[in-house]
Ligand binder design. Sequence first.
Ligand code: ZN
Ligand code: ZN
Length: 402
Amino acid sequence: MAVQVGVRLQPNQTLVLMAPATQVGAARAVARAAYAAGARSVRTLFTDEVMERIHLELAPEDALADFPQWLADGLLQEAEGNAAFLSIIGGDPENLKGIAPERVATSRRAAQQATLPFARLQMAHRVAWSIVAAPSPGWARKVFPDLPEDEAVAQLWEAIRRTSRVDGPDPVAAWHRHIEQLQARRNWLNSLEIRRLHYKSPVTDLTIELPLTHQWVASGQQRAVGHATSPNIPTEEVFTLPLRTGVEGKVRSTRSLSYGGQRIDGIEITFAQGRIVDFCADEGEEALRQAIETDEGSHYLGEVALVPVDSPIAQSGILFHNTLFDENASCHLAIGAAYPTCLRDADEIQSDEDLLAKGGNASLVHMDFMIGSDDLEITAQTSSGAETPIFHRGRWASPLTD
Ligand code: ZN
Ligand code: ZN
């Protein structure tokens, strides 16, 4: 699935595989599948979250801003050589708990800055990339705290298989059926020509204006690399970008969030003319502050995504403490960078300035946070001025038709 559907590896294409050191088995399985699909080379970068923690704990303050330029250059070089990039994720969601958020933020910012040229290609889908998950013991213990470790890992594997739709006899066919449904939703949203979305729940009252040339996007249509890829497995979202200066009101998050090994919960943000003018969090407020204060763009939103509360991931009842899963269980927003492919005229965008000029947002940050709940109502104001219900009680307001 990761090779055939995720990055949709082409014959003679190189695969750059990023994997945790605890997932050697999964990485080897991916490599075999990649060569079976005609890979030219599989280059593997193993990372270790414990080493990352040791570095953030013990390195001298000024060394935290160092990022190996050779690594950033290497990623860019592989991208320019048309390699595909697959990440296996699944670390401990609280790996960096207890480390000063400023130290984490300094290191993260250095990495984001050094890899920005590569990240831009990714955000514009000018390289094929995808993210899949495999459970580490630390992650499994957080999701199933009452189970012995072995059993927790086995249960989490099972949950990943089910939510990624790879538990049936023909996972690739099942995935394509699923993507067709998401695309039918996308087509409906695009046909409405939405100008403005209004989110209302007991804890949220938010208006989001959309740029005139916005388009709704679902997985499996990122065609900038010439063929459709699925950047996230699993995926349940249909998403677009907000007008940078068109967000007004107040929103509260409904699921806890793991952001780079730090837990953030109970986020409340107030927007005026798109900009964050006030924020707080019940837990992890300092980590949230570090993210929001990264740059000017991290004071604005970059993504608006719709996911019903009856999505299979939400229905599993599992809180994954991992954004790849939790964001696909809930409507979400992202602070920071927008995906240029959410604009119909994305081909004309060559720089951050172009993206800003079209009403989008640019930033080093892209931090998703979940705002869905079964008492969320979303209403759209369309180009004709009509009001159309989009979500009722946290679910799609109208049945799927094609
Ligand atoms: Zn999203
Ligand atoms: Zn996102």
